[in-house]
Design a protein around this ligand. Structure first.
Ligand code: PRX
Length: 642
């Protein structure tokens, strides 16, 4: 990499080989973004061409209307790299958590046959086009097979993160009204077998799930309910390895993925077949500069959008080889991730700042044991990557040789929309980079005026948005309108992030403007946490705020108004347990404070902003004129000090 001031640019050699190397692409795309995306769409296989590239009835919009597509045809028989070329290429390498376990490798052809068998089995279970199928699976190949099998027959998959609790699973299944759930007996996590089936049994109570397909992974003891539960291996046994993909409309739903909602109820983001496919293919190709001999590893769990787009669809559409890892990156030793890179000769490594900070904390000594010289591109996602973590990653993992892409996007956007392209750059620590060609972002002040460089404002996406942007919130048009299309009207997509740009137009993301906190990159709203805490019978009220954390970025801190007479240590444990039960272990409170009352406005709204300041010990609490109960401040301060 070449350093110029505080910017880095790709070296000559890298640039020469890069798929995109000229910044002229930005200009060309900006001239007519709709035409630009149309050109990109033509790079994929369609059964029938679209009638209209982009249409807009605010706040709704469509891409490639009238076009007919199936994402699995673009992955398999009609892969743009040519089926004869990709057929026997490695698609997926699965690395189990136990070191003594055996890896599983699937070529494209093998994967296709597995997908077809399972797709035929799903049809036999009565799954039809448009039906929602719940997937509650860990990081095992069958999760990819399940997603692709759904897409193959036109069913809508809704993957639920396997570490979510039964309660979180239930809420999602109730919303999608899925009749089929695909799960596993168990899986390995930090040396332990987690009994997933037991959680699934609990989670389907009160839902419409009639059939549960169970993958045998950990051979742990499970109960199979007669008439409802079926072993995966049994139902695919006699199924044909052949089947034709269902031809889908570009605007048919491909999948629903839930993201934490503000009132405790998660929002189902709806993604469309055509636009998502186009965006997943091209963003993966250009951003990761993917070539046939690359080994791509995105560490994100399949239960999140990064897992969907970059641990499944994106690499597959590109005919690339990618890694799926079952376990935790630091198990059984802190260098497991580096070991995996070395074992498979990973070329492209995509992870989250929280993981980088964890590697950094373990120390450089773990890196010395491994050859990481196959790496060519590093990338980060999920939260702002601070300068220290950026430099550590760049220097110690990439040896100052690899471009470090800071990629910004959201569950809603379906694919990366802001980053520097590896063959062009520039890479500037803590700045994510430029909008992807063909997208128009702006940073607006409260009045909707564009902010000059250096001034912080709301990050917004302007028409024609992006083909992969969500088409709605499942069964909740009001939420869709209110969340994304109300701040600046129905023609401007509000990201909820605040940002500013530098003179070159490079964007720096500052953070969320709403009540979302990012715990180790996991997105969770304070509202969702509060409603989990409030289910405790003796807690009348609670307020959650995010507190800075060295490794996780942010951690939740809970203030509870407790009316019982248990010892505070007991209550604290119960609160943590409550969150684990209602949501899962992803966002357990770091601290729990028992208080008499919470700071509120006259209309009864909790002033979390004040709690946040009290936590950090800031003297200036800002505007407190609307505070109805100022006497709480002193008392809460004392509780925090204790
Ligand atoms: O606040 C931004 C942050 O993550 C949010 C989206 O979270 P989620 O839907 O879980 O998707 C995460 C993975 C795509 C954004 O609104 N975020 C994501 N990437 C970055 C980021 N913040 C700063 N820098 C990033 N690169």
């Amino acid at each position: 990499m070449i350093k110029k001031g505080n910017l880095y640019f790709p070296g000559k050699e890298f640039k020469k080989k890069a798929l995109v190397k000229s910044a002229a692409i930005y200009k060309e795309a900006a001239k007519n973004p709709i035409r630009f995306w149309e050109k990109l769409a033509k790079g994929l296989f369609w059964y029938k061409k679209w009638k209209k590239v982009f249409s807009h009835q605010p706040p709704y919009f469509h891409w490639f209307s009238g076009g007919k597509i199936n994402i699995t045809a673009d992955i398999f028989e009609e892969n743009r790299a040519g089926w004869e070329n990709v057929k026997n290429r490695v698609a997926l390498i699965w690395e189990p958590e136990p070191l003594e376990g055996r890896e599983r490798v699937f070529t494209y052809y093998q994967l296709l046959r597995e997908v077809n068998r399972f797709a035929n089995a799903l049809l036999k279970l009565g799954v039809k086009k448009g039906d929602r199928v719940g997937i509650y699976l860990p990081m095992i190949p069958e999760v990819i097979v399940s997603m692709l099998a759904c897409a193959r027959i036109g069913a809508v998959h809704s993957v639920v993160f396997s570490a979510f609790s039964p309660n979180a699973l239930r809420i999602r299944l109730q919303d999608t009204e899925a009749k089929v759930l695909i799960t596993a007996d168990g899986y390995y996590r930090r040396g332990k077998v987690i009994n997933l089936k037991k959680q699934a049994d609990e989670g389907v109570k009160g839902t419409k799930v009639r059939k549960m397909v169970v993958v045998k992974r950990a051979a742990n003891k499970v109960e199979m309910k007669k008439g409802r539960d079926l072993w995966w291996s049994d139902i695919i046994e006699k199924e044909s390895e052949k089947m034709q993909p269902r031809i889908m409309d570009a605007e048919d739903v491909l999948f629903i993925l839930y993201t934490s909602g503000s009132t405790g109820k998660p929002k189902g983001t709806v993604h469309a077949c055509g636009g998502y496919t186009v965006q997943a293919y091209w963003t993966t190709r250009w951003i990761f500069d993917l070539k046939p001999d690359d080994i791509f590893w995105s560490t994100a769990d399949i239960g999140w959008i990064t897992g969907h787009t970059y641990s499944c669809y994106g690499p597959l559409l590109n005919g690339a080889s990618f890694i799926m890892f079952e376990g935790a990156p630091d198990w059984p030793s802190p260098d497991r991730w580096a070991q995996v890179i070395e074992k498979y000769g990973v070329t492209t490594f995509y992870t989250a700042p929280t993981a980088v900070r964890m590697f950094e904390k373990y120390g450089k000594k773990y890196l010395k044991k491994h050859k990481l010289d196959t790496l060519q591109i590093l990338a980060s996602v999920g939260e702002p990557i601070d300068a220290a973590a950026w430099h550590w990653y760049f220097k110690n993992v990439g040896k100052e040789r690899c471009p470090l892409l800071d990629t910004w996007w959201q569950t809603e956007t379906g694919g990366i929309l802001i980053t520097s392209l590896p063959g062009i750059g520039p890479f500037k620590p803590t700045f994510t980079g430029l909008p992807f060609p063909g997208t128009r972002f702006d940073i607006l002040d409260e009045k909707g005026k564009s902010c000059p460089p250096g001034k912080q404002g709301s990050l917004v996406l302007l028409p024609p948005f992006a083909p992969g942007l969500l088409r709605g919130v499942y069964k909740n048009p009001e939420k869709y309108k209110k969340t994304y299309w109300s701040q600046y009207g129905e023609r401007i997509y509000f990201t909820s992030d605040s940002a500013y740009k530098d003179r070159r137009g490079l964007i720096r993301i500052v953070g969320r403007m709403d009540d979302v906190i990012k715990v180790a990159g996991h997105r969770i709203t304070t509202g969702e946490l509060e409603s989990a805490v409030n289910t405790h019978p003796e807690i009348t009220e609670s307020a959650v705020v995010g507190k800075k954390d060295e490794i996780k970025g942010e951690v939740p801190v809970v203030f509870v108004v407790y009316k019982g007479n248990k010892a505070s240590e007991v209550v604290k444990k119960e609160v943590v347990l409550q969150v684990r039960k209602q949501i899962g272990p992803i966002a357990l409170p770091k601290e729990v404070y028992l208080v008499e009352d919470l700071p509120k406005t006259r209309s009864g709204k909790i002033m979390r902003r004040i709690l946040k300041k009290l936590l950090t010990g800031e003297k200036d609490l800002g505007d407190t004129s609307t505070l109805a109960n100022p006497e709480t401040i002193k008392k809460i301060k004392a509780v925090i000090k204790r």
